[in-house]
Structure formats: structure tokens, C-alpha cells
Design a protein around this ligand. Structure first.
Ligand code: PLP
Length: 370
């Protein structure tokens, strides 16, 4: 089997952070954040990039910037983590959960259409595991219903489909820089947007509604602090320079593990769509074994980290804060999450670690009878 390329050098990660630390205290300083934003916009071919403290804050700022507020409804796939829906709720709007298609992992647009009401203002597609739905269908749906698209691309840096880069399909794209993501700074996130007003709103939103230069504008609104700390901006910037290599590395890791599991009993690789350039965020398999979710949980107990077994990922509409008796559950999403093995990798997983995961999975799948 072809080996893994070496982990991209971490040289240069510290220099920027040390420079940021050396410039402190600088209470109004944003030199490192501005540099990061400039190069993010360039790297993702977006007019604006706004760095924030987390992926959740990125979603919060972007949804606020498109005007989501009390009384509005926002379509959110049930196939996601709770962090996608939380900002909708915090803005006083209602998250209306829509299903996904088990055969493609893309949104179930028929279900979404059935859930559109006069109050629907936006849809938040989530590119879970770095997999991206069809951008043309998404745009057609949004334009037919006159609603905005805010992408949750937290896991999808580096994915594109049919010529569209994840995070640039709609009004705004939201990313997380949490450690574990391919592009990371420990904590952090950013919003991509082409519209200048939307970008200005997001910038004010992340910083107590203060607008540069300091003291130039009266603060018209209340907002919290969602800024990215300068040393983390420097770290994100250094990692952005490594991003092409980090992306290649993740692609090689995932391809390596998927090849190693080629003949594992009951596991079928989930391949991207033919027009998709997938970032290979997580090796994905359909589990064709009895009690598939229990198998994923069993692997987690054997220290093979995975989305459902380790992190108990469940359809968002089944979480206690969202359950309601008058709503039909998103059954396609339940099927996807019950039957998908999504392995969680880090950039430090070398050949030995991947071989170990493969050996455990092959052994446990062969023995699984439950
Ligand atoms: C799909 C998705 N959305 C949103 C988030 C929230 O990002 P953060 O943890 O940076 O707030 C995450 C984080 O893991 C995520 O995976």
C-alpha cells in the first residue's frame, strides 16, 4: 500500500504567535486579524473574510447579518451538530429541521419544500464530514422560495463541487478553526461574504457593535465580544500558509485508511459525488452489519474515535431542546447517522495509528454478531 506523505512541517507556527505576543498590550490592535482576513479572502476567492472566536460565532454573526430575528424560521438539516441550530435560537428565530437523503447525504429538497412557510427566511446547509451537496439544487431551491443561504462549512474547508467552493455558494459561509479541523487555530472561526454591508454587520456584531476607526460611530446596537484573539489569528494565518499541504495530508490519510479497510466485513466506503472535490475530512463507511450504531459505539470503546460512537451524534431534531410532539422526525437523517461510520482523524495520525485503527476495525467487524 502507498505510504503516507510526512506531516507538513510545523515550523513557522510559533513565530507569528510570538510576534503577536510581543505586540501586546495593544487593546485596540487587530494587525494579525486583518492580515489573516486579507489572506482568507484571497484563499477562498471571497470579497470579505471576517475572523471570529468560533464557528458558532461565525454562524451567529452571519445569521444576524442577513437579518434573522424573532418570528423568523430557518431551515436547518437535522443532520448536524447542535452548534448549527443554537445561533438561530439565540436570535429569537425557530430552527425548522429538514431531512437528508440517505443515498447522497444531500438535503432532501422535497422535505425542505414541504416545510417552507411565509416566515421562512433562510436555509443553512451543513457540509458535514466535509461532504457538500449539489450547489445548483441548493441555489435553485433558495431562489424559488426567496430565501437566503448561509452555509455551515465548519468541516468543509477545501471542499468544492461543480466549480463552487464550500462556503461561497450563498450570502455567507461559516467556518470553524477549532483544533481538529484541517485549518485550525485551537479556537476560532470566520465568515466569508461578498456583500459589503453583510460583512460590515458581521464585523460590528463580533465586537460590541464598535465600528472602526475607534470612536467614529455611535454604538447603535448591543452586541457581544466574538473577536478572535490576536495570537490565535497569527496561528491561523501560519496554518493558512500550510493549508494546501494540510489538505493534501488529510486526503492522503483518509484515502490510506479507506484502502486499508477495503475488505472489512460489512463496511462499504461512501464515495463523494462525481463532481465533488472532497476535502476527505473523515473516512466514511456505510455499516452493513447488525445493530450498526452499537457497532460504532463498540469501536469507540476500542478507542477508534468516530462521530456517532464517540461523540453520540444524533439527529438534531431528536435533541431534548428541540423535540416536539407535533413534528415528524427526520427519518432519513436517523438512517444516515445510525448506519454511517465516520472516523475522526487528526493531522498527527501517522501510518502506525491508521494501521492500528484498520486492524481493530477489521477484527471487530469480523467478530460482530449483535
Ligand atoms: C458542522 C459544525 N458546525 C458548527 C460547529 C461549531 O464550531 P465551533 O466549535 O468552532 O464553535 C462545528 C464544530 O465542530 C461543526 O462541526
Amino acid at each position: 500500500m502507498t505510504g503516507l506523505p510526512p506531516l507538513p512541517s510545523a515550523q513557522g507556527l510559533c513565530e507569528g504567535m510570538l510576534a503577536a505576543l510581543a505586540s501586546m498590550p495593544a487593546p485596540a490592535g487587530a494587525e494579525f486579524t486583518s492580515g489573516l482576513e486579507h489572506d482568507l479572502a484571497d484563499a477562498f476567492s471571497s470579497r470579505h473574510a471576517i475572523a471570529v472566536s468560533s464557528g458558532t460565532t461565525a454562524l451567529h454573526a452571519a445569521l444576524s447579518a442577513i437579518g434573522i430575528g424573532p418570528g423568523d424560521e430557518v431551515l436547518v438539516p437535522a443532520l448536524t451538530v447542535v452548534m448549527t441550530a443554537a445561533p438561530v435560537v439565540l436570535l429569537g428565530a425557530t430552527a425548522v429541521f429538514i431531512d437528508s437523503d440517505p443515498s447522497t447525504l444531500d438535503l432532501d429538497f422535497a422535505d425542505a419544500a414541504a416545510k417552507v412557510t411565509a416566515r421562512t427566511r433562510a436555509i443553512v446547509p451543513v457540509h458535514l464530514w466535509g461532504r457538500m451537496g449539489d450547489p445548483a439544487s441548493l441555489r435553485a431551491f433558495a431562489s424559488e422560495h426567496g430565501i437566503a443561504i448561509v452555509e455551515d462549512a465548519a468541516q468543509a474547508a477545501g471542499t468544492s463541487r461543480a466549480g463552487a467552493t464550500a462556503g461561497t455558494v450563498g450570502a455567507a459561509g461559516c467556518f470553524s478553526l477549532k483544533d481538529g479541523k484541517i485549518l485550525w487555530s485551537g479556537e476560532g472561526g470566520f465568515v466569508l461574504a461578498d456583500d459589503s454591508q453583510l460583512a460590515a454587520h458581521a464585523r460590528a456584531f463580533r465586537s460590541h457593535w464598535l465600528q472602526p476607526p475607534a470612536g467614529s460611530h455611535p454604538q447603535e446596537r448591543i452586541a457581544l465580544n466574538g473577536r478572535l484573539a490576536e495570537p490565535l489569528a497569527a496561528l491561523a494565518h501560519a496554518n493558512l500558509r500550510r493549508f494546501p499541504a494540510l489538505l493534501e495530508h488529510r486526503r492522503a490519510q483518509t484515502a490510506y485508511l479507506m484502502r486499508a479497510l477495503d475488505n472489512a466485513r460489512g463496511l462499504t466506503p461512501l464515495q463523494p459525488a462525481s463532481d465533488e472535490t472532497w476535502n476527505h475530512y473523515a473516512p466514511l463507511f456505510h455499516i452493513g452489519l447488525p445493530s450498526p450504531r452499537a457497532f460504532a459505539e463498540h469501536l469507540a470503546q476500542q478507542e477508534v474515535p468516530n462521530s456517532t460512537g464517540t461523540f453520540r451524534l444524533v439527529p438534531c431534531d431528536t435533541r431534548p431542546m428541540f423535540t416536539s410532539t407535533d413534528r415528524k422526525l427526520c427519518r432519513g437523517t436517523g438512517q444516515i447517522l445510525d448506519r454511517t461510520l465516520a472516523l475522526v482523524l487528526t493531522e498527527r495520525d501517522d501510518e502506525a495509528a491508521l494501521n492500528h485503527y484498520a486492524a481493530v476495525i477489521i477484527r471487530e467487524a469480523a467478530a460482530w454478531r449483535t
